[in-house]
Design a protein around this ligand. Sequence first.
Ligand code: FAD
Length: 145
Amino acid sequence: MLTRLIYASEPSEALNPATVQNIVDRARINNMRLQLSGMLAFDSGHFLQVLEGPRAGLSELYGRIAADPRHRHIELLEVAPVHERRFSRWSMGFAPADAAHGEVFFRFGGNARFDPNLMSAASALGLLEAMGAASTAVSATKAAA
Ligand code: FAD
């Protein structure tokens, strides 16, 4: 059954580009194997990730992500059966949640800051889709066919 999972978390320590690159590189390989697609947005204080795909693979991966010491204070925003993928273009798209997205943060959040813990699942999904649509800001890896 096709399922979508959205969570927010905080980096355990100061985030450096190599850490994010390492996460995305592993995600590209693992998510394709599990037929998962999704997107990760991040800034120095937050991660926001959506993952979608077969429920069994999603459960397996989330177990690993939840145990990863590189982040903490993981808060589930949504786990829900869905009819279709929203991020089928990417096994893992990612975008820095920087000031260039201020208008998008304002549209989907309460203010112009990236603060996923204050967002509903619907707002978080809208935010990730809008950031994904800004293709110049997203480094993407192709999803499994
Ligand atoms: P490897 O990458 O070989 O890692 C082996 C073990 O070492 C794992 O337990 C891993 O957690 C740990 N590890 C690796 N590097 C570090 C490090 N620098 N510091 C501390 N521990 C480390 N994985 C995915 O497959 N898909 C995703 O979409 C995905 N999203 C993530 C989002 C966030 C915000 C974070 C923090 C991690 C994410 N991960 C994702 C990584 C996931 O938590 C696992 O680390 C990864 O799935 C393990 O991949 P692997 O089995 O190929 O092992």
